[in-house]
Design a protein around this ligand. Structure first.
Ligand SMILES: O=C(O)CCC(=O)C(=O)O
Ligand SMILES: [Fe+2]
Length: 390
């Protein structure tokens, strides 16, 4: 999978490219360096990273998204890029092994992309964890377990944070309790309650998988965070009602609306409330009724998973939290993502309103982006107009 499929990722690789060039200057002649500092070189490299041809520069004629991502002031026409790539803009070609500027840029682009992926983005471990067989299992069944994402110590730490926040909210009467006798508890808006838990969502493997699942024909971000919360089922807690999380009018569209990750911070076993699902039901494209549930009782599967895994399911899948027949709380850490073109789905928690400015300042750019804090910021949008009151 090519990793640079969005303006956000393009911007990251361009930043990486500038740093890379500073570190590797010695490897280039002064003529090559002069060439690499030209905007046209960056435009050609960026088109290449997006997997596009020079003539496709025309697709960006009417907007600034591409230019803003690569921090270039204006777009060059296709012909000027052609001229540049065969070398006559600089009067002579850059020489070396490459026969023209374009070959030189393409070869360099490949090297940089490889280093970027390995260091900053998608390394081989991530690719292996989300390999074809996992992807196929997910496609067929609507869910999949990815083991060995978190260490045991990380799991213990995250679980403890959640339990502490849960107690705090109970004590200060702000807790969200539900279920029979209000024994279940959810802790919403974890991005604003724990810095560590917020940043957990920026794990490269999370980004990699979600970009793949929510992929569509756009260079804008494909998904956003809908909700990041914990769901605690008490010992003896009953099972949930069968449902799906893509709650839109029926028939449910075949394209993805929502995907959830449960970070498994304690072993999910057959009896401690592991989420239950009907494998393959994501293809039915309707909401389950009580009789559907009865009819398929024998085919239901518990999403059993070892501590440290991620359990991923699509919002189309019929599922429910299971009965917890042990005497210990079951903690689920539920990161719910939604296609970014669906605002109600995407704004289950209104992050723009609920995150304090102080906390926001401490978030990484990745996390802010995930929460749409950089979304829609067009050039000049924030400039003041003296005509406001006219
Ligand atoms: O906690 C779980 O196991 C799943 C919860 C769930 O599916 C939901 O609340 O939508
Ligand atoms: Fe659900």
């Amino acid at each position: 999978m090519n990793s640079i499929k969005s303006y956000t990722n393009l911007n990251k690789i361009v930043v990486f490219f500038h740093d890379w060039l500073n570190l590797n200057q010695q490897g280039f002649s002064s003529q090559q360096l002069e060439l690499l500092k030209k905007d046209n070189a960056l435009i050609i490299l960026s088109l290449f990273w997006l997997g596009k041809k020079i003539e496709e520069v025309n697709n960006f004629q009417a907007n600034r998204y591409f230019l803003n991502a690569i921090n270039v002031e204006y777009l060059q026409e296709q012909n000027s890029l052609y001229k540049f790539s065969i070398g006559n803009e600089l009067d002579n070609q850059i020489g070396g092994n490459s026969s023209n500027n374009l070959d030189f840029l393409k070869d360099l682009g490949v090297v940089i992309l490889r280093e970027f992926d390995e260091q900053k983005n998608i390394n081989s471990d991530t690719r292996e964890k989300w390999n074809l067989s996992k992807r196929n299992f997910f496609n067929d069944n609507g869910y999949v377990v990815i083991p060995d994402v978190l260490s045991s110590a990380e799991c213990d730490h995250y679980r403890e944070i959640v339990i502490n926040i849960a107690k705090e909210e109970e004590l200060n009467n702000s807790g969200y309790f539900y279920g029979f006798n209000n024994r279940f508890q959810r802790i919403y808006n974890l991005v604003n309650k724990s810095h560590k838990l917020g940043e957990l969502l920026t794990l490269p493997i999370v980004e990699y998988i979600m970009n793949d699942l929510f992929d569509r024909e756009t260079l804008h971000d494909k998904y956003t965070l809908s909700s990041w919360h914990a769901n605690i089922i008490p010992g003896g807690g009953e099972e949930q009602k069968f449902h799906l999380d893509s709650a839109v009018p029926q028939p449910i569209p075949p394209w993805i609306i929502r995907a959830n990750i449960n970070f498994i911070v304690e072993d999910y076993t057959a009896d401690n409330g592991a989420t239950v699902c009907l494998p393959g039901s994501h293809k039915i494209l309707s909401k389950p009724t009580f009789s559907d549930e009865q009819k398929h009782k024998k085919q239901l599967v518990k999403m059993i998973a070892p501590k440290g895994s991620m359990v991923i399911w699509t919002g189309h899948l019929w599922h429910k939290s299971g009965e917890n027949s042990t005497n210990k709380n079951r903690v689920a850490l539920l990161a719910c993502f939604a296609a970014s073109h669906l605002i109600e789905m995407a704004l289950e928690e209104n992050h723009q309103l609920i995150i304090g400015e102080e906390n926001l300042n401490s978030f990484s750019e990745e996390l802010k982006n995930l929460l749409l804090f950089n979304h829609g910021l067009k050039q000049g949008a924030k400039s003041k107009s003296s005509y406001f009151k006219d």
